[in-house]
Design a protein around this ligand. Structure first.
Ligand code: FAD
Length: 478
């Protein structure tokens, strides 16, 4: 059966665009090296019609389909299981820009386009496509849509869902839904677009999207701010929202421990606030649509008021683009710094901003009580209530011993986020890694609604099975 499907795929796409499991091995391990899959074939269709034809062939052979973009996701969501019964769908050849409409401020692109290339296309058209994340040089817009990716500019522009007007999708039965509408208002029934976004390849294959463009800012201003407490940082965020309005584009938290780790792992990198006593820092960015002078003036006014009101302990304001880039490098290097220092437990939680201070104090204390000596590296998108609440091993114990506590420690962190009105995944999704955790935090009603949607859109459970939630052949939860 699998040999017949392999041959049929070769006939459909040409032998050059179909790989066996061994040839496809670079795509069969997830970004973090946790999951390794096997497949009947990995296929590289050239266009939407070929994607639809691949899906129809897989349906006819009862073969599950896993769609993968840049494979930068952190939940193992794009990695097939080890059974060798799936087909891996790679959209690298769907990489065309179909339209740039500057009157409508939209960009219509295929799902395999690399995010950074789309930022460049928008800039060349005198516009901004604001989605920006550490993996932008290799992640694809299809993967961004599949995970509803966030990034560093969510505070101002929203996440991928909010940046998307229309989609083209190949359904689980191999039909093509052309929903590539460039409309900002359209109330004609259920919003299928929002259903597919963030569904991690479990409801349909997104083959193209119409995305929103924005004016290119005329100027940007960046500062690294120092705080005596997390509560002070949260107060400053409120002050900055009021003072800068929509110009506030980023508010990214770092701790003194994060800065120390960056110094240790990147000794040649920027080293701001070397001997500063403050425990909390935030990278603030303002985008201004008037001029450099206006940006500077607004920046100094709002931060000056903050100093006078005791909302700020210290500030380092970038005086040039190079200095701004150096400050951003701190934030961008955090993942690598942690990776270099050894594996740690990552939690991309979110809680309402009003409850972040309580969440951090409560969870830090619980961790020390139950897992003495673990080290917190808490950083990220404070402006969206989304923290990377990462926990590294105690210095007197090994990474391996620490990782053995993954389930219990993560449960403690997630229970705390949930108790504070939060989510266990603000960015990375559920994939395989959080599959078993989801039922603990979603009500039976919500899970059942999700299952019913899955059954309706993918009746044979062939699209990325075993991700988000587990279903057996009858569509019931395992
Ligand atoms: P993949 O990893 O290939 O796939 C991810 C999921 O999307 C899978 O379920 C897959 O099946 C599905 N999918 C892929 N293509 C399609 C499609 N065409 N149609 C339907 N489903 C599809 N994430 C954030 O949200 N914010 C961040 O700030 C952020 N920073 C990161 C920094 C680093 C250094 C790294 C390594 C990762 C980061 N991520 C971040 C995670 C990751 O980059 C995002 O989840 C990204 O959106 C994944 O895109 P991808 O193309 O690599 O998708």
């Amino acid at each position: 059966m699998s040999a017949a499907l392999f041959q049929a795929l070769q006939q459909l796409l040409g032998a050059n665009h179909v790989q066996d499991s061994e040839q496809a091995s670079p795509f069969l391990t997830d970004k973090q090296g946790t999951y390794v899959g096997r497949v009947i074939a990995a296929v590289h269709p050239a266009n939407t019609e070929e994607v639809a034809a691949v899906v129809r062939l897989c349906v006819a052979h009862g073969a599950p389909i896993v769609v993968q973009g840049g494979n930068t996701g952190l939940m193992g969501a794009a990695t097939p299981d080890g059974s060798g019964t799936s087909v891996l769908l790679l959209l690298d050849r769907l990489n065309r820009v179909r339209a740039v409409d500057t009157d409508n401020d939209t960009l219509t692109v295929e799902a395999g386009c690399i995010l950074q290339n789309l930022q460049d296309v928008a800039r060349d058209a005198g516009r901004l496509f604001p989605l920006s994340l550490g993996a932008e040089g290799s992640c694809t817009i299809g993967g961004n849509l599949g995970t509803n990716a966030g990034g560093t500019a969510v505070l101002r522009y929203g996440n991928t869902r909010e940046l998307t007007l229309g989609l083209e999708v190949v359904t689980a039965e191999g039909e093509i839904w052309d929903g590539l509408r460039g409309l900002r208002k359209d109330n004609t029934g259920y919003d299928l677009r929002d259903l597919y976004i963030g569904s991690e390849g479990t409801l349909g294959i997104i083959t193209a999207a119409t995305l929103k463009l924005f004016p290119l800012p005329k100027a940007q201003a960046t500062a690294l701010l120092a705080f005596d407490s997390l509560a002070q940082a949260v107060d400053l965020l409120s002050h900055a929202r009021a003072g800068f309005g929509a110009s506030l584009t980023a508010f990214e938290l770092l701790t003194a421990d994060c800065l120390a780790l960056l110094r240790e792992q990147f000794p040649d990198g920027p080293q701001p606030f070397l001997d500063a006593p403050q425990p909390w820092f935030a990278l603030l960015e303002l985008s201004d649509n008037h001029s450099e002078a206006h940006a500077r003036q607004t920046f100094e006014e709002v931060l000056g008021e903050a100093f006078e009101s005791g909302l700020l302990a210290d500030a380092l304001i970038a005086e040039s683009l190079a200095q701004s880039e150096a400050l951003w490098l701190l934030r961008e290097n955090m993942s690598d710094a942690q990776q270099r220092a050894g594996r740690n437990m990552k939690h991309d939680i979110s809680v309402p901003i009003s409850r972040i201070v309580d969440f951090v104090a409560h969870t830090d204390a619980l961790l020390q009580e139950h897992f003495p000596g673990v080290r917190n590296f808490t950083f990220g998108h404070l402006g969206d209530g989304n923290l990377h609440y990462n926990v590294a091993h105690p210095l007197d114990s090994s990474v391996e011993a620490h990782m053995q506590n993954y389930v219990a420690l993560s449960e403690l962190v997630h229970d705390s986020a949930h108790a504070h009105g939060g989510s266990i995944s603000a960015e990375h999704g559920i994939g395989q890694r959080k599959l078993a955790m989801l039922p603990r935090y979603k009500s039976p009603v919500e899970l059942d609604l999700m299952r019913r949607i899955k059954r309706a859109l993918d009746p044979q459970n062939l699209l990325n099975p075993g991700k988000v939630f587990a279903l057996d052949d009858d569509g019931e939860s395992l």
